[in-house]
Structures are given as structure tokens and as C-alpha cells.
Design a protein around this ligand. Structure first.
Ligand code: FES
Length: 67
């Protein structure tokens, strides 16, 4: 489970942040889903922008849109 802009998002196993968001009905900017287009940029724990489609969700992460 991680939080996305105040909402708790379930994420089990090695699910990417973008996949978990899409599964939960949140638009995640997912386009290529292989780390090429940068459409899915998110900030994790107030860090620099990361590609959500290739970043595995970690328990307790705080995620927000980076664009
Ligand atoms: S969807 Fe293209 S980089 Fe993530």
C-alpha cells in the first residue's frame, strides 16, 4: 500500500507504481509502459521525478504527480 495524492493505493509484489495506479482507476500517464516516453513521471517520497512504469511500489511510499 502506498499513498497517491491522499488516496491509499494497494500494491502487492513487484507491481510498478503506474500499474498499481491504473489498476486503482487513477490516470497515471501510462503510454509506453517500458520506461521510454516519460509520460508517467511521479515523485516518490518528495524525490526527483521517476518513471512510474519502471519503479516498483514500496510499502508506505508517498507518491505524487511530477508533471
Ligand atoms: S509510460 Fe512511458 S516511461 Fe512510463
Amino acid at each position: 500500500m502506498f499513498s497517491f495524492e491522499g488516496r491509499q493505493i494497494p500494491a502487492e509484489g513487484e507491481l510498478s507504481i503506474a500499474a498499481a495506479l491504473v489498476r486503482s482507476g487513477e490516470p497515471a500517464g501510462l503510454f509506453c509502459a517500458i520506461g521510454v516516453c516519460f509520460g508517467c513521471l511521479v515523485s516518490v517520497n518528495a524525490g526527483p521525478p521517476e518513471r512510474g512504469c519502471v519503479t516498483v511500489a514500496q510499502e508506505g511510499d508517498v507518491v505524487s504527480r511530477a508533471i
